[in-house]
Design a protein around this ligand. Sequence first.
Ligand code: 0X9
Ligand code: ZN
Length: 307
Amino acid sequence: SKKHSYIKYNDWETIADWTSNMATKHSDLVSRIEIGNTYEGRPMYVLKVGQSSTAGPAIFMDCGIHAREWISPAFCQWFVKELVSRYSKDEEVKNLLTNLTFYILPVLNIDGYIYTWTTDRMWRKNRSPTSDSNCFGTDLNRNFNISWCEIGSADIPCTEIYCGKSPASEEETKNVVNFILGHLDSVRAYISIHAYSQMLLYPYSYTDELAPNSQELDEISKGAVAELSSLYKTKYVYGPSASTIYPTSGSSDDWAYTQGIRYAFTFELRDRGKRGFLLPESQIRATCKETTLAIKYIANYVLSHSS
Ligand code: 0X9
Ligand code: ZN
């Protein structure tokens, strides 16, 4: 197997080995949870990061829901590394890991991710068959049970935004849903990591209506984007998802929000379209560093607003 690197894109085998190594090398802070299998039968891993004694609030983060957005899994790996390597030397990280738990899903759409490495670099969806024998894959960010298959979604299997045959029809979706529903007592924030566009989005995406705490979400976004941009002056915009990017239904963040997780966000990482999904490896480090600042800002907010 290949050597893992935080400043390169890693294939799934390398990432899977890495999840195992993190849990064994940092057993005081990290444990690996299997949440079920993908359509093709691969185990999906969530890394639980935090002091094991803590019963406090939790933040869930999904990466790699869209196969071709390689910077997303790279960020989840970077963020875990950041937490474990800074725990003993950085008061902010120590405080976060003492008082809250991060559940980090480094690759949600594993089958699709592998397909982008082996066959089609621009693949987006998962790899399950559909009612059309010529077309594979459901868009997992359209498959959650929130206003399912309505605006910004299609019931046509050959499209990139196919919603699937029913709400949470896909194994990958079901596994995330079951994990979140099993941890609703602790999960206070849900963060979904995508690329590209340089945006920070908050609910709703399925409707133009404002979310009940949209003012609060806007304030948090403003602070998180200020942190992010402070490092390299990267330009980000933020706002309600439907009007800031475009309407979507059946997305993970809106679903989590409607389960009562009042801090739900989607990041669209670099760039703004120059290289798009093919973001060069030379930008992994800077992208991950700036995004880490934004996530830490959100985490500190969530921690100080949970009882
Ligand atoms: O279309 C998507 O799922 C996201 N854009 S991407 O280019 N990464 O595919 C946008 C999602 C916006 N919707 C929500 N935040 N719910
Ligand atoms: Zn995406």
